[in-house]
Design a protein around this ligand. Structure first.
Ligand code: PGA
Ligand code: ZN
Length: 400
């Protein structure tokens, strides 16, 4: 059985939400054309698959690789599965981490082929993903992890933590999304009263300068309440970004890992905080384990710590150092590896959160991936930015 038939591939440079060049491909065959674009991270884990760029930050080297090395091997070849395509891409690279051809050449091809296969089969992309993965589509639609206040590397460290998110607990995505729109408007008014007009960070969340660690939590809690409650707070600390010389630098002061753990304890007690991503720097598994043991009901989420790598996820699970994981396809480089990472996470009983990157495009693949794999949540930033909003809109379209 032929999985997909590819007749033509073109790749071009487009700009991401930060105005940086990235790759978009068009793959066609059998009268259909599928597009796919690759996002780009800023607070990246050291073990992520490699994103290749020219010396000046451009992507012409990646365009060249797609044209000269990848396209000739895919055109006219009959593939029996997504795995065959992705194995071929890994083979072309020849190195573990896509450091030769770049995950930014492999991933758009992998996603584009997946989309084209869905079209050629006459299937919805999310159904096709469920089929390829051998997974059940979720009965409950994914929750929304919506970034509403930006700090860390995404906002010049005006606030210490990178992301302050609202997670609505509504049954339907429609209700959750309507709630979020309202909560963001209320939060904007609260922040404007205190700080006037503030800039938005890389992921569209409000960003202001505050020395008080609790202040963003107070503001988000208040917005949640005023919008009608029924929501929690999630944070992405992205702790590797402020780890220096064996300690953490928070608002200009040094903090030990023990003190940082103590801070989380205070925050969990004071606020409706249910999910903490990358609470410690990415090599400190011991502190992750201790935090998970102290708060078994809180989601301790790996991102830089786990980098969508099936082996790392299995290892971290063995150490009981997390109970949830961020899934970012470009951290690992292909659709098949991403699906394997999700399968391993689900096998060990973790919650999966399918995520965008801080430099995004209008590609809405993560919404289909979240539904198709029955993921716990989709994390897509603030709908105040078009590149994020389209992902929520795609999710609404899929779940009807
Ligand atoms: P990045 O950040 O896309 O800039 O790496 C997102 C995150 O840390 O979750
Ligand atoms: Zn993160």
């Amino acid at each position: 059985m032929t999985y997909v038939h590819i007749e033509h591939i073109t790749a071009q440079e487009i700009l991401d939400s930060r105005g940086k060049p990235t790759i978009e491909v068009e793959i066609s065959g059998g009268g259909y054309t599928a597009k796919a674009a690759v996002p780009s991270g800023k607070s990246t884990g050291v073990n992520e698959a490699v994103e290749l760029r020219d010396e000046d930050g451009g992507v012409s080297c990646v365009l060249k690789t797609i044209e000269s090395e990848i396209t000739p091997k895919l055109i006219g070849t009959e593939f029996a599965s997504q795995k065959e395509i992705d194995t071929l891409l890994r083979g072309i690279d020849g190195i573990e981490n896509f450091s030769r051809i770049g995950a930014n050449s492999a991933l758009p091809i992998s996603i584009g082929a997946l989309r084209l296969a869905a079209m050629q089969r006459g299937m919805e992309l999310s159904d096709h993903i469920a089929d390829v993965a051998g997974m059940q589509k979720s009965k409950q639609a994914p929750r929304l992890y919506v970034n509403v206040i930006n700090g860390g590397a995404h906002a010049d460290f005006r606030l210490p933590f990178q992301e302050y998110m609202i997670v609505p607990e509504h049954e339907s995505v429609h209700d959750a999304y309507a709630y979020i729109v309202k909560a963001i408007e209320i939060l904007g008014e609260l922040i404007e009263e205190r700080y006037g007009n503030v800039p938005l960070g890389d992921e569209g969340g409000y960003s202001f300068v505050s020395e008080m660690i609790e202040e963003p939590f107070e503001l988000v809690s208040l917005a949640i309440e005023k919008a009608g409650g029924n929501a929690h707070i999630a944070i992405d600390v992205a702790a590797s970004a402020f780890f220096e010389g064996g300690g953490y630098r928070v608002n200009g002061e040094r903090m030990t890992k023990k003190a940082l753990g103590g801070l989380y304890e205070k925050l969990v007690q004071a606020f409706p905080l249910k999910s903490i991503e990358d609470p410690f720097e990415e090599h400190d598994a011991e502190s992750f384990t201790a935090l998970h043991a102290a708060f078994p009901d809180i989601l301790i989420v790996g991102d830089d710590f786990t980098v969508t790598d099936p082996e790392r996820i299995a290892e971290v699970a063995k150490r009981e150092a997390a109970n949830a994981v961020i899934i970012k396809p470009n951290q690992i480089g292909t659709v098949s590896d991403t699906l394997e990472a999700i399968a391993v996470a689900h096998d060990v009983g973790w919650k999966t959160i399918i995520s965008h990157r801080s430099g995004e495009t209008l590609d809405t693949f993560i919404a289909d991936l979240a539904v198709g794999t029955g993921a716990y949540a989709m994390k897509a930033g603030s709908p105040l930015q078009d590149v994020r909003r389209v992902k929520y809109e795609r999710l609404l379209e899929i779940v009807g």
